[in-house]
Ligand binder design. Structure first.
Ligand code: GAL
Length: 404
């Protein structure tokens, strides 16, 4: 009897171990926010293999790959029909060589390929979703050599978001190929509260729109400019860290905003430890756009190993100051001017104290001095002296502080 009981207990724990073994994500991915490119912002549904290949080429020739960008992500509309056994196929007209060949091409460039699906019956553009096909789809993606799955939330009716995303997480793990899992349910179900062990990032808002401070009304839904997206991050920084990031959406750098706005947008996404996923046409971007997207010192702030999302330190209405603790006792400080006019700003460090209860960092500027470097114009100085800066309209000044 005792033996049987022990045997039974053994079986139960073996079962638990096997359930637990599949209930996990690939932990080694996105230790710093993922960097790449995604087709949606510029191309919408007009995706095909020729364009995706050209984008991989441009990622290399533009210097984006050297700057750290890695993923080429095909968003909605690559899908064809499911075959008679339910396996998803690429749209044969636009992807005649198939996804495996495309992944091989992208891998040969030293890059990775991402794909898009949806937890519901259909994607947001009406293509087949993964509902009821999760394990089959994850296996298919793995067999194609896919490295990244963005998983959307259209046509999900009343399904439970937590279990729908966990099912795909488990399916990916079971398929056995490390694929970064990017959750896209627009922050509707507070994914920051439950997705840390489910995905590597979660969208925190609805879709982005290339404007500074607008909400663009599409009828039943809205998309948002840089400032509204930034403001929706309030309270979320405690949920982000290595392997699990607040995703502020693919970037609109190079898609119609001014140079100052683009620089501010890129700097803010970097500070907020958001994934840096370019959304412009890499094949013919301007030198200005390229210089912003490949700006080394900004990328280093985003990719800092501590993985601490910036905190809004000082709020003076149109002028806000963000601070991000970095490795080796460094800090990045961003002065944001939300207003329509440039602003002369005087900042006496010695009057200021910074305390971050979440990352447990504290600075008494009257006791501790730093050297600073303005990472966009190269100027240098010290926190022992009063700072006098001109912050452009819709713009930022970014300083990197290092201990003296
Ligand atoms: C939206 C998503 C966008 C894009 C689009 C595709 O739900 O937020 O980023 O993926 O669907 O239809």
């Amino acid at each position: 009897m005792r033996k049987q009981l022990l045997l039974g207990l053994g079986l139960v724990s073996a079962l638990l171990v096997s359930v637990q073994a599949s209930a996990q994500k690939f932990e080694q991915l996105a230790k710093t926010p993922q960097m790449g490119w995604n087709s949606w912002n510029t191309f919408g549904c007009n995706v095909d293999e020729k364009m995706i290949r050209a984008m991989a080429d441009a990622m290399v020739t533009s210097g984006m790959k050297a700057a750290g960008y890695e993923y080429i992500n095909i968003d909605d509309c690559w899908h064809g029909e499911r075959d008679k056994n339910g396996f998803i196929q690429a749209d044969k007209k636009h992807f005649p060589s198939g996804m495996k060949a495309l992944a091989d091409y992208v891998h040969a460039k030293g890059l990775k390929l991402g794909i898009y699906s949806d937890a519901g019956n259909t994607t947001c553009a009406g293509r087949p979703g993964s509902r009821g096909h999760e394990y089959q789809d994850a296996l298919t993606y793995a067999s194609w050599g896919i490295d990244y799955v963005k998983y959307d939330w259209c046509d999900t009716q009343d399904i439970n978001p937590k279990s729908a995303y966990a099912t795909m997480r488990d399916a990916i793990h079971k398929a056995g190929r490390p694929m970064l899992f990017s959750i896209c349910e627009w922050g509707d179900n507070q994914p920051w509260e439950w997705a840390q062990d489910v995905g590597h990032s979660w969208r925190t808002t609805g879709d982005i729109y290339p404007c500074w401070n607008c909400e663009h009304n599409h009828g039943s839904w809205s998309s948002f400019g840089v400032l509204p997206i930034l403001d929706k991050q309030a309270g979320l920084r405690k949920y982000a860290g290595p392997g699990h990031w607040n995703d502020m959406d693919m970037m609109e750098v190079g898609n119609g905003m001014t140079e100052e706005e683009d620089r501010a947008h890129f700097s803010l996404w970097a500070f907020m430890a958001s994934p840096l996923i370019a959304g412009n046409d890499l094949r013919n971007m301007s030198d200005t756009t390229r210089a912003i997207l490949t700006h080394k010192e900004t990328i280093a702030i985003n990719q800092d190993k501590l993985g601490i999302q910036a905190m809004k330190w000082i709020d003076e209405g149109d002028l806000e100051i963000y601070i991000k603790p970095l490795e080796k006792g460094h800090y990045a400080v961003l002065f944001l001017n939300r207003a329509d006019d440039a602003m002369d700003y005087r900042f006496d460090w010695s009057f200021h104290y910074m305390k971050d209860d979440i990352s447990k960092h504290e600075i008494f500027f009257d006791k501790q001095a730093f050297n600073w470097r303005n990472i966009w114009n190269g100027e240098t100085g010290s926190t022992k002296e009063v700072l006098n800066i001109k912050v452009p309209a819709h713009g930022v000044v970014v300083l990197r502080l290092s201990p003296r």
